[in-house]
Design a protein around this ligand. Structure first.
Ligand code: MGP
Length: 200
């Protein structure tokens, strides 16, 4: 019986469409949400001890389901971070994929702007909008007393041409009109007031 139905479905174009519509839309790669709430740090706790791994997904449908359920970065407490990273890559300088990398940072001009830049970035990542997609490690939304921000982590900091290409593209995607700067994680490890290596 099942084979008959399957055969019928295969012969009727409308039925084929209906079946196709029910299939989840697979993404090019898998992605993982992470969350770090450092609003009440435990005394003496090492950096990363409050970092939590969230859901991993691989379809458009799962993405929207998760996006609808997680709160927006604008609602996060101070000193919290939201991350979306390629599955298998941890949002840490110590991860082998990030070790010689760096990040572009866009300071937010307000909470609504933070949410908008976050969503645009998520869609750009899962939709593989960057030519140098393999260079992208992930994106982080950070709520800070001084100024909220979004950072795009990339893999090979020393490759200026690639990073400039990514920076320009990201700026366009999030519709960012201010200057955006790039830092090497290696510099951040050494010194908190990190050097700006590139600008777009
Ligand atoms: P941050 O939160 O990335 O910078 O790093 P921010 O937001 O400019 O600084 P803040 O003070 O406003 O939060 C802040 C500090 O956290 C760094 O100086 C490091 O001490 C530590 N840190 C951050 N990251 C992303 C890492 C990491 O990946 N690994 C380690 N070991 N420490 C980190």
């Amino acid at each position: 019986m099942a084979t008959e139905v399957a055969a019928a479905v295969l012969e009727i174009p409308e039925a084929q469409e209906a079946v196709a519509e029910k299939q989840p839309h697979k993404l090019e790669r898998m992605w993982t949400f992470w969350y770090d709430n450092q609003s009440k740090p435990k005394q003496g706790a090492a950096w990363g001890s409050s970092l939590r791994k969230g859901y991993t997904f691989g379809t458009v449908e799962e993405f929207w389901c998760l996006y609808d359920q997680i709160i927006q970065p604008s609602k996060l407490p101070g000193n919290a971070d939201f991350h979306l990273f390629r599955a298998g890559v941890e949002p840490k300088w110590e991860d082998p994929e990030c070790a010689v990398g760096g990040k572009w940072t866009a300071n937010s001009t307000g909470k609504a702007n933070l949410d908008k830049m976050w969503l645009e970035s998520l869609m750009a990542l899962i939709g593989e909008q960057f030519d140098e997609a393999d260079e992208i490690c992930g994106v982080v939304a950070s709520v800070r007393q001084r100024q909220d921000k979004i950072s795009l982590w990339t893999k090979t900091a020393s490759n200026e041409a690639v990073q400039m290409g990514i920076g320009r593209k990201w700026k366009e995607i999030i519709d960012f009109n201010d200057k955006m700067s790039y830092n090497f994680h290696d510099d951040s490890k050494r010194d908190r007031s990190t050097k700006i290596r590139y600008n777009v």
